[in-house]
Write a protein that binds this ligand. Sequence first.
Ligand code: SER
Length: 595
Amino acid sequence: MKKITSEQLRNLYIDFFKSKGHSQIPSASVIPENDPTVLFTTAGMHPLVPYLLGEKHPQGNRLTDFQKCIRTGDIDEVGDNSHCTFFEMLGNWSLGDYFKEKMIPYSYEFLTSEKYLGIDKNKIAVSVFAGDETVPRDEESAKLWHECGIDKKDIYFLPRKNNWWGPAGTTGPCGPDTEMFIKVKEKCGENCSPACDCGAFLEIWNDVFMAYNKLSDGAYADLKQKNVDTGMGLERTLCVLNEKKSVFDTDLFEDALKKLEELTGKKYEESAQITKAFRVILDHVRTSVFMIGDEKGIVPSNVDQGYILRRILRRAIRFARQIDLQENGILEIAKVFIQKYKNVYPELAKNENKIKTEIAKEYQKFTKTLEAGLKEFEKTVSKLDGETIDGLTAFHLFDTFGFPLEITKELAGEKNLKVDEEGYKKAFYEHQQKSRAGSEQKFACGLADHQEATTNLHTATHLLHAALKQVISPDICQKGSNITAERLRFDFNLDRPCTKEELENVENLVNSIINKDVPVVMQEMTVDEAKNKNYVGLFENKYGQKVKTYKIGDFSKEICGGPHANSTGELGQFKIVKEQSCGAGIRRIKAILIK
Ligand code: SER
């Protein structure tokens, strides 16, 4: 197989789809804008949910990109060959344009053409959906693959468990898929298939034929349009094409790994323990760099995304201690990643100082209590009656010594002990109820659905944002937003509580705009135009392409994907129901509309 670098793979993918009439769109933030059910952007399609549901995309109906993704469901598994908490996904979309008839030949051409990946067609296997009571067997995809040149014996029909994708959160677009694999060794037996975990087949690409919308009651509705959503994991594909043992052996990690060897005087493959420590540090530092350096900038905290960042950083710090890597060493590794990625993700270079400061702050905070916490852990173990550390003790290690649960679990595991996780969660929950400091509750920055009530609250959110700027400070900006049909929730930067008077003024100002029944006007324009016209929004990485903007008289101007009410008169009366702290320097307002 052709050897290929990360840069070449990104470029080949984008070039191929551009040559097929797709527009390149920029990677969105790692915090999803449109999904209240998850903390992070977990797939390339995530930022495109509104468009898959039928909103018009300003760049057209054929799109391609590479997207920053974060999956933290299995932090404690990082250290093996394949788990990464951060990854990039290459993707292309048809928004109600072409379907299987074009996508399968496109996939075949990209994989096999000498101009692109040049993979021998006999090394490729594919899977297609076997069908069930709701969606029929995908004979069409199988036929298309065969017509392209894939041998029938390499086409596998697999059930929903394997060949159905989505939704990315708990509701949203989904559908049957066809997946592409490289055959890397002989099958383990007659019944071996891509569904088998013997390692004979390694998946590199997934084409989803998105024709359904999973609703909150679990039912599947037909989508307004039939879409194609594809995703190719950059790390994994690089690893397979270059025949590397793990993602940590690809060029993405090469410089950081060398630096780590240089700083510690240890060799990556010296022992299983060192290999694991290296991998944990490399993965977690890279993810921290992308979280802090993101255009929506996450900082370590005890809530939401900030808490995931804290857990990742602290786990890296604990492993760094094992190989005598200090604060400066971790910062050096962060610097290498910024260097490696800054041409592709310019926000990292822009936020370099912030990345270093936040990592250093967290390092100092955690190392202050780490030693004492480890002693406390040893004390607990020496007094332990049985094999399980109780939940309250695990919570005490978190609350007093800053040990996230997985650190306690890992320390316990090293001594063949268990932790009562349910008890920990209970203690955490009780504490959370008391202090109102959230933990891993879901955080959102977007709309739960497109019902009228939700859409109206979305428009009210824009009015609230503008009113806060007028009443409190022009520096106020959005830090998060979550909208359901019942209420809006808006987080913004302010290092003190709002006064009663400020809240009243904000409420009155919003209601005055509602009472004037001002039209909400959508206009597409380039980012530069939007900037010049003082629209609020994230300007980074937009390649000077067109974006959607929403304007409410001269009162509010935002770059936004929509949807919105037609005019403010539709909203009803605006009422703030709560104002509270939501982490350091962040306030949260909850508000409703009364009809
Ligand atoms: N959404 C699909 C995936 O994540 C294809 O992009 O695999």
